[in-house]
Design a protein around this ligand. Structure first.
Ligand code: ZN
Length: 360
C-alpha cells in the first residue's frame, strides 16, 4: 500500500512537470520547482527520469542569462513518442493519423466503409490502427479514438446507430489486438479537448459544436470535460426546435440536427430552403440558455467553413447576445476552430496524452 501511494505521488509529480512544460515551453529545473511547488531535489530526480525515458532533452542555456552559472533548460521532445489517433465520425470512411506529442500530424491513413457496420466495422477500425502503428516513427504511447455515439467512462460505445454499434467494447478489443493503452471517447468530446489543449485558447469554459453528418457538442467547464450522469452531455443535436418539421433518424420530429447538419445546410442552400442566417438564429435560441447557465467564455464551431463561418456564425453570435444578460455575454467569443478537419484526430491524441502523461 505504501509503495503504491509513493508510486501515485511520483506519477502525479511527474505529470505536474510535464503539464508545465506543455503549457509554458522549455524551463530550467529552478523554474519547474517554483512553478510546481516541488523541491529542487525532487524536480532534479524527476527530470532525470524523464530525460532517461527520452521524453525531455537538455536545451542548453538561455541567451540572456546573467552572471554566474546559467541554468540549463529542459524541454519536451515533440517526437519522443507518437500516438495512433482514429476519427470514426465521417459517414463513408474511417480516418486515422500518427500524431506527435505537440499534436502535429505525422502520417495519415484511412479506410472506406463501403456500407460496413457491426463487427465488420470493428475489424476495419482495428486494421486501420494496426496500419498506423506500423507507420509511427517513434515508440507508440497509445491509441486514441473519437467515435460517434454515446461512450461510457470505460470506453464502451453504448450506442452509435450509424455503425450499428450497441455495447461495443472497442477499447478492450483494440487493447487486446494492439497491446497498447487505448482511450475511446465521443467525437465531439474529443474535439473540445483538442480545442482546449491545442486550439490556442486560454478559455477554461467552452463549448465546441461539431457540425457534420450529425450535430454534437463537447463541453469543458472549469477546465474539465463534462460527461453527464449517463455519458450523454453535449447531445444537443436531438433537441426539438421545429415540431412541425422533418422526421429525424432518431424518431423525433424537427430535431436541431434536421436543420443544422451539413447535408441539410447544403440542401437548404441548393433548393432555397432555410437561409444560413435563420439557422444561426435557431441555434442561438438553443445555445443562449446554455451560455447563460454556465457563463461560457467561448462557443467554437467545427465543420465546413463555407457553411458555418459567415451568416450562420454571425446570426448565432447576435442571437445569443440578444437573449442573455450583459454579464453573460461581455467576454463571449463565438468563433471557428482553427484545427479544421483534424479536430477529432488531435483530440483523440489528447485522450492519450492526458491518460498516459497526465497532461491536457
Ligand atoms: Zn433527432
Amino acid at each position: 500500500m505504501g509503495k503504491l501511494l509513493a508510486e501515485d505521488t511520483r506519477r502525479h509529480h511527474r505529470s505536474l512537470i510535464l503539464q508545465h512544460l506543455f503549457a509554458e515551453g522549455p524551463a530550467s529545473r529552478a523554474d519547474l520547482a517554483r512553478a510546481t511547488g516541488l523541491t529542487r531535489v525532487t524536480v532534479s530526480d524527476l527530470v532525470g527520469g524523464l530525460l532517461a525515458d527520452g521524453l525531455l532533452s537538455e536545451l542548453g542555456t538561455p541567451a540572456e542569462s546573467k552572471v554566474g552559472k546559467p541554468p540549463t533548460l529542459v524541454g519536451l521532445l515533440a517526437d519522443a513518442a507518437h500516438i495512433v489517433a482514429l476519427d470514426l465520425s465521417p459517414a463513408d470512411r474511417m480516418i486515422g493519423a500518427v500524431v506527435n506529442l505537440f499534436g502535429q500530424v505525422k502520417a495519415r491513413a484511412d479506410v472506406s466503409l463501403d456500407g460496413a457496420n457491426g463487427e465488420e466495422a470493428v475489424r476495419l477500425a482495428v486494421g486501420l490502427a494496426e496500419r498506423l502503428r506500423e507507420a509511427a516513427g517513434a515508440p507508440v504511447l497509445g491509441v486514441g479514438v473519437g467515435t460517434p455515439g454515446v461512450v461510457d467512462g470505460r470506453g464502451v460505445i453504448l450506442d452509435a446507430h450509424n455503425l450499428h454499434w450497441a455495447g461495443v467494447d472497442l477499447t478492450g478489443i483494440l487493447r487486446r489486438k494492439l497491446d497498447l493503452p487505448v482511450y475511446v471517447a465521443n467525437d465531439a468530446n474529443t474535439a473540445v479537448l483538442a480545442e482546449y489543449a491545442f486550439g490556442g485558447t486560454t478559455a477554461a469554459d467552452l463549448m465546441l459544436l461539431r457540425i457534420g453528418i450529425g450535430v454534437g457538442a463537447g463541453l469543458v467547464v472549469g477546465g474539465a470535460l463534462v460527461q453527464g450522469h449517463a455519458w450523454a452531455a453535449g447531445e444537443i443535436g436531438h433537441v426539438v426546435v421545429d415540431s412541425g418539421g422533418e422526421r429525424c433518424a432518431c424518431g423525433k420530429v424537427g430535431c436541431l440536427e434536421t436543420i443544422l447538419s451539413a447535408p441539410h445546410l447544403r440542401d437548404g442552400l441548393r433548393h432555397g430552403g432555410r437561409p444560413l442566417g435563420s439557422v444561426g438564429t435557431v441555434l442561438g435560441g438553443v445555445l443562449a440558455p446554455v451560455v447563460a447557465a454556465l457563463n461560457l467564455h467561448e462557443v467554437v464551431l467545427a465543420g465546413p467553413p463555407d457553411l458555418l463561418d459567415g451568416e450562420l456564425r454571425l446570426a448565432l453570435d447576435r442571437c445569443v447576445r440578444d437573449r442573455v444578460m450583459a454579464a453573460s455575454s461581455a467576454d463571449l467569443v463565438v468563433r471557428m476552430s482553427p484545427l479544421g478537419d483534424d479536430v477529432v484526430l488531435v483530440g483523440a491524441a489528447v485522450l492519450v496524452l492526458s491518460g498516459e502523461l497526465g497532461v491536457s
